[in-house]
Design a protein around this ligand. Structure first.
Ligand code: DAH
Length: 341
C-alpha cells in the first residue's frame, strides 16, 4: 500500500489542468466519493493494526497534498486561462465617467477675482468664526446698531467675549489693515452668515467679496473708475454704472452702485422693476475712524472699500431666480453653468 500511495503522489504531482472542466476531472478522479482517495480509505480499514499508524500518517499526508494540488489547479485555471484573455475586447471604449462641474458660485467668484487681480488686487482671507471687534466695533458700528442684533447675527458665545459667525467679509479689511502697512490693495472672498429665514430671496449663508485699497491720495474718482472697469468686464463693455448716496458705518461718504439692466438695455422691464437699473454693490471711502482703529494714520492715508454679494452677481449673470438652488446641490442645476460659458 505504501507503494501505491507513493505512485498516486507522483501522478498527482505531475497533473495539469488547462481549464475548469479539467480541474473538475481531477477532483472527480481523486477527491470525490468514488475517487481514488476514498478507495484507499476503504483499503486502509483492512490493513493489520500494527501497520495502521504508519499508513494512516502517509494517507493523511497524501490527502493534504492532493487537496492543495486541487486548489492550485483551480486558481491557475481561473486566472491564467488563455480563453479568458481572448474573450476580453481590449479595443472597446471605456465606460464614460461623469466628470463634475464647478459650482456657479465658484465660477463667478473666480471671474471676479480675475478682474480685480488684473487691476493689481491680491486675495486676502479671514476666519468665518469671528469676534465683535473685527465684525462690528473696529468698523465703526455704534454699540446699539441693529446689525449686531440677535435677529441678524449668529452668536456662538456672548459672555465673557462675543464669538460670532461673520455677517460680512468687511472683517477681513480690519484684519488686513491691522497686520499690514499701506499700500494695501486686496479683495476678500468668503462665506458670511445671517440669521434669516430661508426663502427664494434670502438665505442664512451666502458669499461676498470685499475690496479695499489704502494708500496716499486715494480718491472717490479712483473708486468709481475701478468699479466701472469691473462692471464692464463682468457684464459687457456697454454697461453703465450709477452711484447713489447711501450709508454704511465704515465708509464716509458711502454709495450703492447700480448697473444698467442688461435685459432691457436700460429701457425698463420687469427684471429691473421698470427702472432700467439693478443694484450690485455697496462702497465708499473708508471712514477715518476705521483707519484709526486699525493703527493707520488718516492724516497720511486714505482709501476706498466696496462689498458685493456673489449670489447677486451670479443671479444677474445667469438669471437664477431661487437662492436655495445654490445650496441644494442638484447636479442637473450645477452642470448647466460650466457648459454655459
Ligand atoms: N459689508 C456690507 C454688507 O455686508 C457691504 C459693503 C458696503 C462693504 C460698503 C463695503 C462697503 O466695504 O464700503 O452689506
Amino acid at each position: 500500500m505504501i507503494d501505491k500511495i507513493e505512485a498516486i503522489r507522483k501522478e498527482v504531482d505531475g497533473a495539469k489542468a488547462e481549464n475548469a472542466s479539467q480541474v473538475e476531472e481531477f477532483r472527480l478522479k481523486y477527491l470525490s466519493k468514488k475517487g481514488i482517495l476514498s478507495a484507499l480509505m476503504e483499503e486502509f480499514r483492512n490493513v493489520p493494526s500494527e501497520q495502521k499508524r504508519e499508513l494512516g500518517q502517509k494517507l493523511n499526508q497524501l490527502k493534504v497534498f492532493v487537496t492543495e494540488k486541487y486548489n492550485s489547479l483551480k486558481e491557475g485555471a481561473g486566472s491564467g486561462n488563455k480563453l479568458d484573455i481572448a474573450s476580453i475586447d481590449l479595443t472597446r471604449t471605456a465606460t464614460p465617467m461623469p466628470v463634475g462641474s464647478r459650482h456657479p458660485i465658484s465660477i463667478v467668484r473666480n471671474d471676479i477675482i480675475k478682474i480685480f487681480s488684473d487691476m493689481g488686487f491680491s486675495v486676502a482671507e479671514g476666519p468665518e468664526i469671528e469676534d465683535d471687534w473685527h465684525v462690528f466695533s473696529s468698523l465703526n458700528f455704534p454699540a446699539d446698531h441693529p446689525a449686531r442684533d440677535m435677529q441678524d447675527t449668529f452668536f456662538i458665545t456672548r459672555n465673557p467675549i462675543e464669538v460670532l459667525l461673520r455677517t460680512h467679509t468687511s472683517s477681513v479689511q480690519t484684519r488686513t489693515m491691522e497686520q499690514n502697512e499701506p499700500p494695501i490693495r486686496i479683495v476678500c472672498p468668503g462665506r458670511v452668515y445671517r440669521n434669516e429665514a430661508i426663502s427664494a430671496r434670502a438665505h442664512c449663508f451666502f458669499h461676498q467679496i470685499e475690496g479695499l485699497y489704502i494708500d496716499k491720495n486715494v480718491s472717490f474718482a479712483d473708486l468709481r473708475q475701478v468699479l466701472l472697469n469691473f462692471a464692464r468686464q463682468m457684464f459687457g463693455p456697454e454697461t453703465k454704472i450709477r452711484l447713489r448716496p447711501s450709508y454704511f458705518p465704515f465708509t464716509e461718504p458711502s454709495a450703492e452702485m447700480d448697473i444698467s439692466c442688461d435685459i432691457c438695455g436700460g429701457k425698463g422691464c420687469a427684471f429691473c422693476k421698470e427702472t432700467g437699473w439693478v443694484e450690485i454693490l455697496g462702497c465708499g471711502m473708508v471712514d477715518p475712524n476705521v483707519l484709526k482703529a486699525c493703527g493707520i494714520d488718516p492724516e497720511i492715508y486714505s482709501g476706498y472699500a466696496f462689498g458685493l454679494g456673489i449670489e447677486r452677481i451670479t443671479n444677474l449673470k445667469y438669471k437664477v431666480k431661487d437662492l436655495r438652488m445654490f445650496s441644494e446641490n442638484d447636479v442637473r442645476f450645477l452642470a448647466e453653468f460650466e457648459s454655459a460659458r
